[in-house]
Design a binder for this molecule. Structure first.
Ligand code: FMN
Length: 367
């Protein structure tokens, strides 16, 4: 079975390629009655590109969103919602020269073998970061749904290369600060050094990776469908749909392996008539179910594969060793652009599970 759809009740199907006509999504299962307009999507897409453009690729698309179906009189109808943006800023010339030279670290080699050379390799085709624009569109719908039930999803940068931020911030501080930092790091004392690290990597013909943290606040208890659709499993699967993601951890994550049970267990307390936990090592998920505490996950993102430095590769037509210096417009660090994409896929997964668990109904009451 092909793998371009995700979800069981809020089903998102992605389509489009980097240098094709459009990228978009079909969202099937959005509850009827959700107010939706093209302006809702535009605001989110504008947030994708940092105003400080030194640290992103020179490809800047003026993404004008089009809703093709599923919205009538300003509300979701319950029919599939198709929403897309056009690709206009494409320049495919750089890709002709390296058609037979797979970029180390990119999908070129396995994709060519899998699709028998028929795949659209221009700009990375289906494997391009551009595909995340479509996920952001679906995420807008998911976040609007979740917000009606008070669930707030927020992603932000916590590391670029070896520059790490450990400070904790409130949701308002995260929102305010991350929009001011090109790296989308709410810790403004680190944000500048992070930006410098990206600029330095680019100047050296190289790239850097980083870590994005994502939290979901005010989740109700008991959302998730173990065994195989455990909430953490589905979140991780969705996050891995974003190119360049190499790891996901919840709460204490890999550090939990080094702790004693007495250190790792989150003690329960009653606070204001509500069950809470004293610590948050579980990352908001126990047994594949939300436990009512904030969901907290961290996503490791690798350095951008396409770099100007000379690297070893092969010529697949001649079947001989070769070298490659990748030209064209590439992000020296994909982390800032991955932030809204991670927020989107987390929201998509939570919306799907909130509908599955009956918290969100199929028809929304008028507000
Ligand atoms: C938002 C975003 C932008 C990206 N931009 C680039 C880029 O400019 N150049 C590049 O080589 N890879 C870029 N990538 C990463 C590749 O798409 C990715 O590494 C490649 O498809 C191989 O997949 P994998 O890293 O998940 O194995 C980007 C990824 C994201 C999420």
């Amino acid at each position: 079975m092909a793998g371009n759809s995700i979800g069981k009740e809020f089903i998102v199907t992605s389509f489009g390629e980097s240098h094709g006509k459009v990228v978009g999504v079909v969202v099937d299962g959005c509850p009827a009655g959700l107010p939706l307009s093209e302006a809702d999507f535009q605001e989110e897409l504008d947030r994708r590109i940092p105003a400080e453009r030194k640290i992103v690729s020179a490809r800047i698309e003026k993404d004008n969103v089009k809703i093709l179906s599923g919205v009538f009189n300003g509300f979701a109808t319950g029919a599939p919602i198709a929403v897309m943006v056009e690709n206009k800023e494409t320049n495919s010339n750089d890709y002709e020269a390296i058609k037979d030279l797979p970029r180390p670290g990119h999908s070129d080699y396995p994709a060519r073998i899998k699709y028998g050379g028929f795949n659209d390799y221009r700009g990375g085709g289906r494997f391009s970061g551009r595909i995340t624009v479509a996920l952001i569109l679906a995420g807008v719908i998911a976040k609007k749904l979740l917000n009606r039930y008070n669930v707030d999803v927020l992603a932000y940068t916590i590391a670029i290369g070896n520059i790490k931020s450990t400070k904790k911030f409130t949701a308002e501080e995260i929102r305010k600060n991350r929009s001011q930092a090109s790296t989308r790091c709410p810790d403004l004392s680190c944000a500048e050094r992070m930006e410098e690290a990206i600029i330095a990597a680019k100047a050296a013909g190289d790239s850097v990776g980083g870590v994005v943290e994502c939290i979901a606040l005010n989740m109700p208890v008991g959302v998730g469908e173990p065994l195989f659709d455990a909430l953490d499993a589905d979140l991780a699967k969705a996050v891995f749909a974003i190119p360049a993601v190499k790891g996901v951890e919840f709460g204490a994550g890999f550090r939990a392996a080094e702790l004693m049970g007495s250190q790792n267990n989150d003690a329960f307390l009653v606070e204001g008539g509500k069950v809470v936990t004293a610590t948050e090592n579980a990352g908001g998920v126990l047994g594949g179910l939300s436990n009512g505490m904030p969901i907290e996950l961290r996503v490791a993102i690798k350095p951008t594969p396409s770099i100007a430095k000379e690297q070893r590769t092969v010529n697949l037509s001649a079947m001989e060793n070769a070298s490659i210096t990748v030209k064209g417009r590439h992000d020296p660090c994909v982390v800032p652009k991955a932030v809204p994409a991670i927020e989107a896929v987390v929201a998509i997964t939570l919306a799907d599970h909130m509908i599955r668990s009956g918290v969100i109904p199929k028809v929304l009451k008028a507000h």
